[in-house]
Design a protein around this ligand. Structure first.
Ligand code: SAH
Length: 207
């Protein structure tokens, strides 16, 4: 398969720097990142760097996808809400762990949502659900979710998204204006969030 060697080298390089789970590693090894980036950027698809995907948006660097996948502590069968589908790459990595039919992703830009849907289908993740719309509202029809994450920076977890996660579930998002911190929160039975900070990050802002 195309780029197999490059992909293995990329996963090794990420695993050498970050202490990532075997399931995350296997997921990163399985998803053909070059299929998700614009054609002119394929040669760079296995460098550990963000890349432009159109509409002024970027696909996150592979190490960031790996870190987020680990922090979500995903297991097969869990329902996951993603805000910010972008090109669909991160959704595909999540789908490798939980199963494509359990992934629901919302993208603000119609064209990106449409392209992500096409790519996901072409590459074998056609059961991932993608909706064009405002992710601040979450996706109520499929709630409750075991996990929810944002791939764009919010000033805080959107209320609707936090509501749609079950008690005991996990939320993850870059939080902040300008300077951002990756924040993971466990939802307590009373609905409040128990937050932990996981370092400085840089994401595009939530619209
Ligand atoms: N996970 C993506 C990275 C996407 S970058 C990937 O693997 O490619 C962040 C994305 O969040 C952008 O595509 C942007 O359009 C989207 N976004 C920004 N604000 C949003 C909102 N309010 N609702 C849904 N998506 C949003």
């Amino acid at each position: 398969m195309a780029y197999e060697g490059e992909r293995a080298a990329m996963v090794e390089a990420v695993a050498a720097r970050e202490d990532i789970d075997d399931s995350t590693r296997a997921a990163m090894q399985a998803v053909p990142r070059h299929e998700f980036v614009p054609e002119g950027k394929r040669e760079a698809a296995y460098e550990d760097t963000p890349l432009p995907i159109g509409e002024g948006q970027t696909i996150s660097a592979p190490h960031m996808v790996a870190i987020m996948t680990d922090l979500l502590e995903l297991s097969a069968g869990e329902a996951v809400l993603e805000i910010g589908t972008g090109c669909g790459y991160h959704a595909a990595v999540t789908a490798e762990v939980v199963g494509p039919e359990n992934v629901y992703s919302v993208e603000y830009h119609d064209r990106l949502a449409e392209r992500a849907r096409e790519t996901l289908s072409r590459v074998g993740y056609g059961d991932v659900s993608v909706r064009a719309g405002d992710g601040k509202q979450g996706w109520r029809e499929h709630a409750p979710y075991d996990r929810a994450y944002l791939t764009c920076a919010a000033t805080d977890f959107p209320d609707a998204v936090a509501k749609q996660v079950r008690s005991g579930g996990i939320l993850l998002s870059p939080i902040g204006d300008g300077r951002q911190v990756l924040v993971r929160a466990h939802k307590r039975p009373d609905g409040s969030l128990d937050r932990e900070r996981h370092g400085g990050v840089r994401f595009v802002p939530l619209q």
